[in-house]
Design a protein around this ligand. Structure first.
Ligand SMILES: [Zn+2]
Length: 124
């Protein structure tokens, strides 16, 4: 089961719902929140073809694959520069290397690191 997220910016109130994270019933798909540079919106993209499974469920992504995604104008939120480490230790929604922090993420509207993600549901 995957998670349905919403994001909200504490600075400018930018809000987006129904952003997917993870896999549902459909095989070969793994969604991750990303920034669409062209529309300047938070979207989700399928990164399944870019991640590799090492040692059972441990996922990894090569920098070459990250470059491919960025070349496409869609930057997933685990990429360096898309989030700032907070002072408060919060448990990330998704852990390293595909990190998704709850807070201090880059907001496409105001350009500040004030975007928060929260789980609002699940999808199959
Ligand atoms: Zn903002």
């Amino acid at each position: 089961m995957g998670q349905i997220l919403q994001c909200k910016c504490d600075n400018c109130n930018y809000t987006r719902k129904d952003i997917y994270l993870g896999s549902g019933m459909t095989p070969g798909i793994f969604y991750f929140p990303a920034l669409d540079l062209q529309s300047k919106k938070v979207i989700h993209i399928d990164i399944n073809d870019f991640i590799e499974v090492v040692e059972r469920r441990n996922l990894t992504i090569t920098s070459a694959n990250v470059n491919k995604l960025e070349g496409d104008g869609k930057i997933p939120y685990f990429v360096k520069g898309m989030f700032k480490k907070g002072l408060i230790k919060d448990i990330p929604i998704s852990s390293s290397p595909l990190t998704l922090q709850r807070k201090n993420n880059y907001c496409p509207k105001c350009g500040k690191y004030k975007l928060s993600f929260a789980e609002i549901g699940l999808f199959d």
